[in-house]
Design a binder for this molecule. Sequence first.
Ligand SMILES: C[S@@+](CC[C@H](N)C(=O)[O-])C[C@H]1O[C@@H](n2cnc3c(N)ncnc32)[C@H](O)[C@@H]1O
Length: 480
Amino acid sequence: MERAKNNLQLFDASSEVSNQEKTFLIHGIDKIPIYAENTSKYSLSFRYLGQRRHHKPDEPVRLLVKNNGESVELGPCRILSNTKLDGYGGRLVFMHDLYDFECLLGTNKILKLQTPFSDLPHVMARKDAIRPSFKEYTADLTYDLSVYKNLFDEMDLKYCEEPDEVRSAVQNAIIELEGPDFRRFFEDKLDKLKNLVDGFSQKEHQLHGFYFRKQLWNYILSCPFTARAALKPRGYAGDSELMRMVYLNDYQGDSTFSKITHKHAVEHTAAQSVRYRITLITQILHELKNFLPLPSPDKFKVLSVGCGPAFELKQILKSPQDCANYKFTLFDQDSAALSEAAEVASEIEKKLGATPAVEYVQGSVRLMLFSRKIKQKWGQFHFIYSMGLFDYLNSRVATAVLDRLYRLLKPGGELVVGNFHVSNSSKYYMQYWGDWVILHRTKKEFKDLFQNNSCGRVSVLFDDTGSQMFLHVKKPKMSV
Ligand SMILES: C[S@@+](CC[C@H](N)C(=O)[O-])C[C@H]1O[C@@H](n2cnc3c(N)ncnc32)[C@H](O)[C@@H]1O
């Protein structure tokens, strides 16, 4: 934290009260003014202001601070390394209640490290609402996975000293031999999960999902894919790194068990469907490009909304001529996703020796709805697609975004938007293992999102797995 490295104005920097009047050590009736010099998350180095000192380093003190206009006393604290050079007072650490200094300084919020413990009885009581059949299922699954994992781990230990080449040959042999059985075992468990939870209300899903992840946490973390989904390092599931895992569709992880569970996840129905959709996009795009006459040297303009890593560019841009023909606008809320998309574009450039024309725009579709000048800024597009985004948008927002995207289409242009169908057989795998909840829709619910009556043709396609739908809208050539 940059701010924490410098001399600090402690607390309520906006107020007129000077730092001198804001921070004190309290010891009995002594009130000793100090100056906060530096901080780590859970400690604070300080200098004395003026001549008064705390002379009994073994006796705890309290810290009086001004926070949002109010005096707050925190502590008790101990003073570490009480050297007295140049008025340096030492480093304060809390003894019981552990407050986060960085949070205090950054946001003026008083946050206690142990706060979650106060929630403990409530969290523990959550198990009382879990159905006995579900508890039994979870216990059996935990036991079976433990048996399986121990076996794989023991084998890994036996050949771990082998040279790299031998190790990976042995591991591949185990995966080939035992992988199919493990997959059947796992599929059977997922079927049972579906039978147990299919009729649950949303609230029951939340409760049982929470319980499930508490019980299965170690196994969830063993699998790189479910670990990333559940941990959500970027604050949401389904980030572009997770998408990359799906596209790579390989064995990842540092043990045989990890590799087998990861591969199982990235081969599951929803993942197949994600891979399928980039083929579909490429196909529709090429057909439209051949069909729409384009005066040279105009480029065929394409917009991807919620672009993620934009892996499909590898399928679309196969030659230097393709790079000359297309102009892509890639839109995503997540700057890391846009960076990954830029990496894909530079891989293409290296391979083809031609630079793809790509514009990267960071922003949220929700904000896009309020921006009146988008059409002036971006112009209109021949083709717009959005994959893996509408499953996160409620109907009101999804309808508004669809309408906005339709207006951004050139006459004769086409729009394709994906959404998982209620029958997605990976639904509970995602929800329970990965805490990855998306909005599944029926065909009618999905089609009803598009309410523009001036439109030419609207159809809903399904992929081969039947788990994902694609709304395909063709704008009439004569429209605006
Ligand atoms: C599941 S990923 C799909 C990525 C890519 N379209 C694909 O199919 O590989 C969803 C992407 O949508 C982006 N996203 C989610 N909500 C968004 C919003 N409100 N506005 C813009 N982008 C959003 C995420 O950052 C993420 O990169």
